[in-house]
Design a binder for this molecule. Structure first.
Ligand code: FUB
Length: 345
């Protein structure tokens, strides 16, 4: 929900109408990546703090420093905060801005994937490894080779292959990589290098992971998101084009790529037959929440699909102080997903 409308919100009323309440309220959390590992829910969120940074369209006010892992026995049970699982000070290559993370599990090891700004001001994606889903996680000394931009999401396919999806516009810097190297021109301008409205929109990336889950096995490839006619969505199609918050889930043999539209605040999805796409635009999963950002994951818990998402209702609209939430979602028989309105409950 755009910031300018926050002044008019009655938060008591909004919280009554909300379809769910914050999963934790002793800290601010966002960007929840949820997984079921060994029969239990583990959520890997960003840990929001107010570091006093000025608001800007590069997201400088999202100045997070560490990650906490949250666990739950089921979506209605008490949530447990397992404390600091990784701190930026322990990551040799990272300077600041520990943004939306994700995690994966393989052969008894747990992998925390995270974007952070390196000392040269460029976002990279790192990985840290632990013996427990709740950490602590030991970071690799370098970022993943060939990684760039933000919002990693790691999907395990039925054949045991793992893929990382990533990318984010504006502060997430995806638009600076259009020619394969980081474009330093107009560094303070979040919309520099974005294609014209009538050009194809910027696309997120996918890369298969190596067997040890520490590196990319291949050069990241762009993921095509197309309309009903098979044409790439256009850059000016702000209500449907990809902005950030990539996620992949598989339902009835189809691959669902979901993402945030950023400046129009929707969580949308597109459907394909391969983890590499192309993905055909399918519709909206979540209408705008309070706060500028919207970021989610889709996770099956005991045969029911859930949307883990966030909003800024607990902080009464402070866009960088968010809270993670969860709500049921429904896939229709034709494969479409029913749209949730976060405040109609
Ligand atoms: O939490 C920081 C950034 O805000 C994330 O990386 C984006 O997806 C947005 O939620």
């Amino acid at each position: 929900m755009p910031e300018e409308s926050i002044d008019h919100i009655d938060f008591n009323d909004l919280n009554k109408r909300a379809i769910s309440q914050p999963i934790v309220n002793h800290i601010y959390t966002a960007d929840p990546s949820a997984h079921v590992f060994n029969g239990k829910i583990y959520i890997y969120p960003s840990h929001d703090v107010d570091a006093g940074e000025a608001f800007d369209d590069l997201g400088s006010h999202f100045a997070m420093e560490d990650y906490h892992v949250i666990s739950m026995d089921n979506v209605d049970s008490e949530s447990i905060d397992h404390g600091v699982a990784l701190h930026v000070d322990d990551v040799a290559w990272a300077e600041k801005q520990m943004w939306a993370p994700d995690a994966a599990h393989k052969d008894g090891k747990y992998y925390l994937y995270f974007p952070a700004k390196a000392y040269d001001g460029i976002f990279r994606i790192g990985v840290a490894v632990g013996d427990s889903p709740t950490g602590p996680f030991k970071p690799q000394p370098e970022a993943i080779k060939g990684s760039f931009s933000i919002d990693p999401a790691v999907f395990e396919d039925d054949d045991g292959s793992y893929y990382m999806y990533f990318g984010g516009l504006w502060g997430g810097q995806l638009q600076r990589w259009r020619n394969g190297t980081f474009n330093k021109e107009e560094l303070d301008n979040p919309t520099a290098h974005i294609p014209e409205d009538n050009e194809p929109a910027l696309l997120p990336f996918v890369a298969k992971m190596t067997d040890d889950l520490l590196e990319f096995e291949e050069k990241p490839k762009e993921i095509e998101i197309v309309d009903e006619q098979g044409n790439l969505l256009l850059s000016g199609d702000n209500e449907r084009r990809f902005f950030e918050a990539a996620w992949l889930h598989k339902h009835n043999g189809k691959y669902y790529f979901s993402y945030s539209t950023g400046d129009t605040h929707f969580i949308c999805y597109a459907v394909g037959d391969s983890p590499y796409g192309p993905f055909k635009y399918g519709g909206r999963i979540l209408n705008p929440v309070v706060g500028w950002t919207s970021h989610h994951s889709v996770c099956k818990v005991e045969n029911q699909w859930y949307l883990f998402y966030h909003d800024s209702s607990l902080s009464e609209g402070v866009t960088h102080l968010r809270s993670i939430k969860v709500a049921k979602i429904t896939h229709n028989k034709d494969g479409s997903i029913q749209t949730l309105d976060p405040y109609k409950g």
